[in-house]
Design a protein around this ligand. Structure first.
Ligand code: F6R
Length: 608
């Protein structure tokens, strides 16, 4: 995680570095810092907490200089305070880092034994000490950089400045992303192209094992042995304008409310509205020939994949192996070439998901990527890209990316069903008809339920623990509901398969434990209602999220019943996602948490 940026140029850089950091704040916001070189002296400002603390500091004590590097931190080693904030300085060397130096402990011992004095608890500081040592020993800056890269292990994007060379920035990538921006008489570095969008749209993406040296006039790239490599310049589509909240209090609220429009846009990429069929999208993946599909992702993206598993197995009779990427990558899963692999990621940079992708690639599987950021590493390394077209998602808690991932997976599973001869043309048309109706129903639901949910959130905010239950595709949705609530309101929540209730969690049920039951009137409804009875019999408070038919069929007393329109099973997960998103959102707002930047989290998780 962490966001890094660097500028070497002709105009003052401090303000522009902070502007770029603002675009990178989604990567971490524990602390931030900027360093520049001016009149032969290197100086820095660092501040604990959100970026505005650094801005305040810079307003009081500005930093002049036309070369600089900056960082917004998501703490891995060392508490988030000013001392641990980057840039780290050692003897005229400044370093910012995203990732983890895995052998930092042994390097630190070695350097300490040689007399180095460490001032922070970070793993990053060993990089600055190594560079200082190699320079002291007489190496040039580039050689010192290569020597340092040959000593550190782990995952890193590093950006470095030397006080005695105010015209050069050095950088290296091994894991977390790094993009070089080409300006006129100025060069830029950033964790992504969005950070650099106000400065340039000409981007060179570094790949793992690249070391880049930037001056105002250009960049030279080598591997870690110093051998020159060529990387193309691409024109980035990243929007130059900072996305704003419009009339909404938070990005999360805006992103919840823009779902009908955005999903309609995403669907138009996959659905031929005129013929009522799915557009053929997967040249690199021949669904007809597959024995099974492997899906891997993290967090909310994993939960969308879990819904996808139900669809691929039901509509295409295609067995799906799915796991969270942090397990998938290490499980030594036996894979064969008659399988394909699908990776789901909003950011397209999640370290574990990327590692799972590379594992499958080595095994020779065709790779599909369901991503939001089309220029991301996961997108670039896939054989087939399935964009979710959700637009920038700024709120750390994923909302519109989740429903857009679902829409894309629904379309792909229908396509697979047709390709495998499981769905008839008429069945495809019927499913597509429901998909086409979805944006209108989403709009209706958002207007319908908002006042009730706001009221209910006040009640929910009084509890310490919440249980979510569901069956079928409502089971991953129950887990998503619990994830959303805990990450932004900090209320402890768990999502369970309703049938698992009596295998353990029922022991928790009492009047202090609200149970949110997600149950459209589908094939599983009666069984879920039986589980609700078991909760009611033990004094549990039920919040029942159902549809009109479900509400009419259930006679149970509840703390609240949220009634949605009756919809087909294929769109129910997207429709039922709305109340669980709004419930988490309003509960968090009521509790006064930082909804868009909840504590300890970051939007892009580029470390294991
Ligand atoms: C939760 C959330 C996270 C992400 C996860 C994967 O609201 O946003 O759980 O879904 O970190 O991120 P991506 O999709 O970028 O790979």
């Amino acid at each position: 995680m962490c966001g890094i940026v660097g500028i070497v140029g002709k105009e003052p850089v401090a303000e522009r570095l902070v502007d770029a950091l603002r675009r990178l704040e989604y990567r971490g916001y524990d602390s931030a810092g900027v360093a520049t070189i001016h009149d032969g002296a290197m100086d820095r400002r660092r501040a604990e907490g959100k970026l505005f603390n650094l801005e305040k500091k810079l307003a009081g004590e500005p930093l002049p200089g036309t070369i600089g590097i900056a960082h917004t931190r998501w703490a891995t080693h060392g508490v988030p305070n000013e001392t641990n904030a980057h840039p780290h300085f050692v003897e005229g060397v400044a370093v910012v880092h995203n990732g983890i130096i895995e052998n930092f402990s042994e390097l630190r011992d070695e350097l300490t034994a040689e007399g180095a004095v460490f001032t922070s608890q970070t793993d990053t500081e060993v990089v600055a000490h190594l560079l200082a040592k190699f320079t002291r020993e007489g190496m040039g800056h580039r050689d010192a950089m290569l020597a340092m890269l040959n000593r550190v292990t782990g995952a890193y994007a590093l950006v470095v400045m030397f006080q005695d060379d105010p015209g050069t920035i050095l950088s290296a990538r091994f894991g977390p992303p790094l993009a070089v921006g080409h300006g006129r008489g100025e060069m830029f570095l950033g964790s992504d192209a969005i950070a650099l969008a106000p400065f340039t749209n000409q981007i060179t993406y570094l790949v793992d094992g690249d070391c880049a040296v930037l001056t105002a006039n250009g960049v030279t790239i080598t591997d870690f042995a110093g051998k020159p490599v060529e990387r193309p310049i691409q024109i980035s589509q990243a929007a130059a304008l900072m996305v704003d909240k419009g009339n909404h209090r938070h990005f999360m609220e805006k992103e919840i409310y823009e779902q009908p429009e955005i999903i309609s846009h995403a669907l138009s990429h996959y659905v031929d509205f005129a013929s009522g069929s799915i557009k053929q999208k997967a040249e690199a993946i021949d669904f007809a020939k597959l024995r099974s599909l492997a899906i891997s992702a993290c967090g909310t993206a994993y939960l969308s994949g879990l819904v996808g598993k139900y669809w691929f197995e039901r509509y295409a009779r295609l067995p799906v192996e799915i796991d969270v990427a942090s397990e998938f990558r290490y499980r030594d899963i036996p894979l064969s070439k008659d399988q394909a692999a699908l990776f789901i990621s909003q950011s397209g940079e999640t370290a574990d998901t990327l590692a799972s992708l590379r594992y499958c690639k080595e095994e020779g599987l065709p790779i599909g990527a369901v991503v939001n950021v089309k220029e991301s590493t996961i997108a670039r390394e896939a054989d087939a890209i399935f964009p979710i077209l959700a637009g920038p998602e700024i709120g750390v808690a994923s909302t519109k990316a989740f429903t857009c991932q679902l829409a894309v997976l629904a379309a792909l599973s229908i396509q697979a069903g047709r390709a495998r001869g499981i769905l008839t043309e008429a069945q495809e048309k019927e499913l597509v008809r429901h998909l086409i109706e979805m944006p209108r129903i989403m709009s209706k639901v958002l207007n319908l339920i908002q006042p009730q949910i706001e009221q209910l959130s006040r009640d929910l905010s009084r509890f310490k623990d919440v249980l979510y239950l569901g069956r079928g595709t409502s089971y991953p949705l129950a887990m998503e509901g619990a994830l959303k609530l805990k990450e932004i309101s900090y209320i402890h929540a768990e999502g369970y398969a309703a049938g698992e209730l009596k295998h353990g969690p029922i022991a928790l049920i009492d009047e202090h434990m609200p149970v949110i039951v997600i149950a459209p009137h589908d094939r599983f409804f009666e069984k879920t209602v039986s589980n609700m009875q078991e909760v009611a019999a033990r004094g549990g408070k039920i919040i029942f999220i159902t549809d009109e038919k479900g509400a009419a069929a259930s006679k149970l007393a509840t703390m609240a019943t949220i009634v949605l329109p009756n919809v087909d099973e294929v769109i129910a997960p997207m429709i039922f996602a709305l109340p669980i998103q709004l419930l988490a959102y309003h509960t968090a707002v009521f509790m006064g948490t930082d909804v868009d930047q909840p504590r300890n989290l970051a939007k892009s998780v580029t470390v294991e």
